[in-house]
Ligand binder design. Sequence first.
Ligand code: HEC
Ligand code: HEC
Length: 169
Amino acid sequence: MRPAQPLLAAAAAVLAAAFALPAPAQEGAADPLERDRTQPVTNDTYVRLCTGCHIAYPPNFQTADAWQAILDRLPEHFGAEVPVPAERDGQDLAQYLRDFAGRPGLGVLTGVEPDAVPLRITELPFFAKAHAEVPDRALQRAGGAWRCEACHPRAQEGSFERARAGGQK
Ligand code: HEC
Ligand code: HEC
């Protein structure tokens, strides 16, 4: 065994202790420190199945329970009909969304109660706050509040800064 190894193991243990969270870490989950920050979507299945009508919303904009509830009712998807994915795709999608889901009370889920299942991002408390200055007619011109990309040209890359206030179809 090389002498560096025990040292590394000790360092890793110290780091693990320093970053330990009250809740047990989830297998395969995103780095807990990064998890509540909005990031670009990294799962191909999600992009393939969920970008036909809108962007693949960054996974931290919903809780794990809300994502599951959305996947459970795809045939009645906010007034649209979305085909139920094949088994493997469905599992991959569900796992990605669960692992990268936001946590209630943190980041864009600030103000969301722990047991709430908010199905709409546009009804989250952050949304009203962030868009308080955006007139209703601008949201209408965009095609609806759910069409983030009409005003946030880099939404699919996880960037919501510097929006076009007017919206664009
Ligand atoms: C066939 C088109 C279509 C596809 C494919 C689709 N959606 Fe949607 N989705 C919609 C429409 C339309 C709305 C909003 C309807 C409205 O508000 O009038 C919506 C809304 C949503 C919302 C809520 C947005 C809000 O209002 O805050 C989420 C979350 C969502 N979709 C997730 C998904 C996921 C996950 C997938 C992939 C499994 C998916 N969508 C695939 C049509 C689609
Ligand atoms: C009609 C245009 C419009 C639509 C549609 C829209 N936004 Fe915005 N959004 C804005 C404007 C304008 C601001 C505030 C000005 C700014 O920060 O550039 C803003 C601010 C934000 C912020 C805060 C950014 C920051 O840096 O503080 C977030 C996050 C955000 N929007 C997310 C979303 C999401 C998610 C959606 C879709 C579900 C969405 N927006 C749909 C126009 C829009």
